[in-house]
Design a protein around this ligand. Structure first.
Ligand code: MF3
Ligand code: CO
Length: 258
């Protein structure tokens, strides 16, 4: 069952979402050569406490940190570590979830570390654009798979990358993961119709090479099977009668999502 949220519930999720947006923007500036992923995690943990909200990922199914920090060929769920020191030319996905008064929000952004190659810049741009195009589909009456098909069309058919099949976005609300699964591939016009109050975490995961991934021995870090680099962007988006409401950024913000 897909649970629809009231205006008051959406406001709570938005409060969680604004903390995420603030912290991810700070982290974007901190992701410089010489910084460890652990330092980024500690910053997110500190800010979460200051804002009097709760990190959503920590202890979720035993996950040990506040952030997921996934570098280069790591797709998602990279565990922050003192020994993982960022280098010029890396890309890093920063994924952060927050709970506020029992309500969750979830977002991610992939950022460059120093100067990156044109090839990687394009990967980041195309992946972010696929999220922007997908957000535009979050409208009453559209079908769930219209979102999925839009991501796949832009990343694969138009730009020659691969979307990951083994992982997907999700509904979100009083749990970090709720129904439905939001796939990043598929035919349009399938699945449930979107209704006012539904909230979806849309998260394209896009590889330069093939779609296959595997999980490392730490049981979390998901990497591309072929070692090619991967990007990941995510927003928590509510269906409203006025169109998409991105809960993980300030209400007045227009234009590109990240
Ligand atoms: N944004 C990711 C997701 O939606 C983060 C989950 S990491 C976990 O699945 F540690 F919480 F599992
Ligand atoms: Co998510």
């Amino acid at each position: 069952m897909i649970v629809c949220k009231s205006q008051a519930e959406l406001e709570k999720m938005h409060r969680a979402g604004l903390v995420i947006w603030e912290v991810l923007n700070d982290l974007r500036g901190m992701a410089r050569p010489g910084v460890s992923t652990k330092e980024l995690d500690e910053y997110a943990e500190r800010k979460t406490a200051e804002r009097k909200v709760r990190p959503a990922f920590k202890n979720y199914r035993g996950y040990p940190a506040t952030l997921c920090t996934s570098v280069n060929s790591e797709v998602v769920h990279g565990i922050p570590s003192k020994s993982r020191v960022l280098q010029e030319g890396d890309i890093i996905s920063l994924d952060f979830g927050v709970e506020c008064e029992g309500y969750y929000a979830d977002a991610a952004v992939t950022v460059p570390v120093g100067e990156i190659t044109p090839e990687l810049k394009k990967l980041l741009t195309v992946t972010r654009e696929s999220l922007d195009l997908a957000i535009e589909k979050v409208r009453v009456g559209n079908r769930l798979s219209d979102i999925s098909a839009t991501v796949q069309e832009w990343c694969e058919k138009k730009n020659g990358y691969s979307v990951v099949r083994d992982l997907c976005g999700h509904g979100i609300g009083t749990h970090i993961h709720e129904e439905p699964n939001v796939l990043n591939y598929g035919q349009p016009g399938r699945g449930p119709r979107l209704q006012e109050g539904m909230v979806l975490a849309i998260e394209p995961m896009v590889n330069i090479g093939g779609p296959d991934v595997r999980v490392l021995d730490d049981e979390w870090t998901t990497v591309t099977a072929d070692g090619t680099k991967s990007a990941h962007f995510e927003h928590t988006v509510a269906v409203t009668s006025n169109g998409p409401w991105v809960l993980t950024r300030p209400r007045e913000m227009q234009g590109p999502s990240w």
